[in-house]
Design a binder for this molecule. Structure first.
Ligand SMILES: [Zn+2]
Length: 167
């Protein structure tokens, strides 16, 4: 695949350097705030929440995050695993309905060597895929250009999440 100009990736790389320096957790900060549209939070459950990735590999790239601040996968409780799995299932359903995704990459990067950008607060990636979107995983390829405005995407997905959480 050709390497495309992806300025948001540089912003992201710089932000991870900054994260090491001042140790502020972006997930804990957005959880403490109340403006979910600004922070692109799609839904909050008691033990986990869903937020759109600010530096997506594909349209509709979501992060499923435990509410508790931890970077240690082994420390997750059974209840937290269930909460994360529930939100992954809902994310898959909503994206399939709203964006007609053909498939998904689901996964978690643990440790800097794996490509994790935010090391100290675990998060699953939910990356929708469409036939022909590219020939191999953009999760590692790092070169996808996103055309859809993130906030327009948030508005499109938000209702689906509200509905799913009520049922
Ligand atoms: Zn945190």
């Amino acid at each position: 695949m050709d390497r495309l100009w992806a300025p948001w990736r540089m912003k992201y790389i710089l932000s991870t350097v900054q994260q090491d320096m001042n140790d502020e957790c972006i997930f804990c900060r957005m959880l403490a705030e109340t403006d979910d549209e600004k922070n692109l939070i799609l839904c909050r459950d008691q033990l986990a929440f869903v937020v759109m990735n600010l530096y997506p590999y594909n349209s509709g790239h979501l992060l499923i995050v435990p509410t508790r601040h931890t970077g240690d996968f082994a420390s997750l409780t059974n209840e937290e695993h269930v909460a994360l799995a529930k939100l992954m299932r809902i994310s898959q359903n909503v994206i399939t309905q709203v964006m007609s995704a053909h498939g998904f990459n689901l996964g978690m990067n643990l440790g800097r060597v794996s490509g994790a950008g935010i090391l100290n607060h675990l998060h699953y990636h939910v990356v929708p895929r469409w036939n022909g979107d590219c020939n191999f995983m953009p999760v590692v390829a790092d070169t996808k250009v996103i055309s859809e405005d993130l906030h327009a995407g948030w508005r499109k997905l938000r209702d689906g999440f509200l509905e799913a959480m009520q049922s």
